[in-house]
Design a protein around this ligand. Sequence first.
Ligand code: AMP
Ligand code: MG
Length: 515
Amino acid sequence: MSLASLDSPASAPHDDPVLNWTHRLTQLGPRFFTPLQPTPVSAPRWAARNETLRAELGWPSALFDDEHLQAFAGNSLMVGSQPLATVYSGHQFGQWAGQLGDGRAIWLGEAESAQGPQEIQLKGAGRTPYSRGGDGRAVLRSSIREYLCSEAMHGLGIPTTRALSLVASPEPVRRETMESAAVVARVAPSFLRFGHFEHFSAQGDTDSLRALADHAIAHHLPECRERAALWQGNLYAALLDEVQERTAKLLAQWQAVGFCHGVMNTDNMSLLGLTIDYGPFQFLDGFDPGHICNHSDHQGRYAYGRQPNVAYWNLYCLAQALAPLIDDHDMTLQVLEGYKNLFPRFLGDAMRAKLGLVGDLAPESERETDWTLVEDVMQIMAAEKVDFTLFWRQLSQAVVMQSTVSSLTDADWSTVTDLVLDRPRLLAWLSRYTERAGPSHFAAMGQQMLRSNPKFVLRNHLAETAIRQAQAGDFSEIDTLYNLLKSPFEEHPGFEAYADLPPDWAGQLEISCSS
Ligand code: AMP
Ligand code: MG
């Protein structure tokens, strides 16, 4: 027996925990969190169990037995866990929002794993002192989206919090309509956000701010120690620099795959540069730099094309929060400048990879001309809102095909040119591309492109189908999607429909913050 029932707190923890807990976060002390218990839900059922992640982490299969269903529902506690909710603040939609905090994510602790210590949170496990007006719950709809998208991002090679399990309950939850509850168990080395630092900085509590920064460096970002050499030994400038670089890399990856986060508030920005807090996110269907995926975002602050600048703005907030520690205004600005150089480099590299131009085929001297090639093709796509995922995948396939023919004709590109109305413009671009790449490299390039341009992304309509079936009691579509999305660069014969253009009804889907 490894579980303590919440109904009988008297039952002493047993000594055979399924996980080995470490809990380094709790050493920070009570200013950083409030210990509390999850609130039980009625009649929990497994909606998904991520066996792949469990095995990757080296966690035992007993974690997913029926006894642990109760633990992942928040109805009992795993022995050794120390549930709590952390406090943070943040800027929401460009305004200082003051104190926020884990309003419905309950931190169970940090457990050892084959990939180093991992923190586990139950999202939707009940009210906390930071819930403000909220009910502390998450609905099944948005929990399915978070579960699948976390794993889709990981499959794409993009840093993210992971999803370990999804538990559904018939418990009613009021949003625009009545829905049902779910609890996602999510996993990450650390759930620290920019907002945690903003919180203590805004309070003028420099001791806590320093303790938090020291905790982050010691346990999660030890590379800052080496990086400090670049900043006259200033460890906190190095911390900002490390986060700045990770964020630049993350944003380049988001942009390159057409991912729109939807709510890039500073409390939704991970210190480790992970994608975190999946809400109204969307993978672009038709390419539109101005696309807004969150229908509550009336100004389009978080439109796809604005994400890189918003990330910079958010880093500026983090820099302000760390200012008392860095204690050198000019150096802080200089660290932030790094983003302006790094982001375009990372994006350039990611887009070159989409074109198959990597390694020897992507010399420094070609960087500028390659970027022009990228910009020009993006303009063609934007002019007609060409489907983003399909275009890059078809281009990859076409390059593979071209490598088998001795001389190229325009007709050989038809799978790509069929995607646009303005064929002459695209053909002119294709001929520049061919000239730049050299057809003799097409075989190698094509293989590289198939590893850079996914066949499957979690389009809204795919998630919606899984949601509708799950709401009717059938969770199988979640697993089907999961299996495609965890290896999105593979062909998965028989599942072509999942890589198709969205159906007409998908245009009516509206995704808001209310999750
Ligand atoms: P989000 O926009 O999801 O990042 O949430 C912003 C803040 O509101 C965070 O502090 C969340 O924990 C909190 N929050 C969101 N939804 C709820 C809810 N249903 N109940 C309690 N707190 C919530
Ligand atoms: Mg959030």
